[in-house]
Design a protein around this ligand. Sequence first.
Ligand code: FSX
Ligand code: SF4
Ligand code: SF4
Length: 331
Amino acid sequence: MFFLVFNSIKEVPVKDEQVLPEAQQEKSGVTRRSFLKAVTGTAAGIGISQVVSPALIHALEKGLERHPVVWIQGQGCTGCSVSLLNSVSPPIADVLLKIISLQYHPTVMASEGETAMANLFAIAKEYKGRFSIVVEGAIPTAEDGKYCIVGEYHHKEYSMVELMKELAPQAGSVLAVGTCAAYGGIPAAEGNVTGATGVMDFFKAEGIKTPVVNIPGCPPHPDWIVLSIAHLLEKGIPELDDNGRPTLFFGENIHDNCPRLALYDEGELSETLSDPKGCRMDLGCKGPDTYADCYKRKWNGGLNWCVDNAVCIGCVEPGFPDAQSPFYEPA
Ligand code: FSX
Ligand code: SF4
Ligand code: SF4
């Protein structure tokens, strides 16, 4: 049986073996090795090179073949997917199509409806305990989950709640990608009529024991996603902080490490966002209460980060956005 799984570059019928032939990779010009080299390059110089070691590269080459990932979207804006799709070199479309065994993704897969759902359930069955689920977006629990219908199978609607209850216990691990999936995020903000909740809280309520790694951020940095998957394959669940986040990426305080800390200490505080230099404290910067490595990893291919042009709004923290509001303050 064949499924047309992904075709954003070129329509290629993918066999349901979850392993793409080397010939396809060569054709695309992107091999697992070149991808992994790129990942290593991304990690270089930011203190995580010990994670992307030669041993890891070797393990990934094997692990990616036998470890399918399915990406499920609940209540989100798809910004997490867009962040991932836009930002990694080599082009992430190549990575998803040719390298990672990503078998289901509502935004980029070509298949839809019954075929897509059949593939999803087939993978869960065949790879029981050996596949990972990426969850993007919150899970709406009110009204029996009817606020978010994610598919239909055998003439039955599947809500996000039902799909998670059915799939999550079969998975080896779950990555809650984005603050909505990790902690509820924007859908769980004040006025939350849908009962939006994060994955860990949902699992607790439902007694689901599958391990969860939170990769918050609204959206999360693509490196955080890719490298967390890499860590899962090589060494299992990474060390997590009290909020379920890998300490590798979320272990340091932004303010304590900010390039503008000296300006803060000297009392040089920006009065406007167009001030290229000062500390953003008086404008509402949430760096002091935020733990992430944006200050050194930077965004947009290492070009800039929030504090360069605005303020840190603490998008990786539980309670976001209510706990961080208002984002901006008049100086
Ligand atoms: Fe949430 Fe993802 Fe913010 Fe959006 O879908 S983490 S709203 S950037 O993209 O879930
Ligand atoms: Fe701290 Fe923000 Fe000022 Fe940087 S800009 S020193 S994170 S308050
Ligand atoms: Fe989120 Fe702050 Fe990092 Fe910007 S700097 S991405 S607001 S944690």
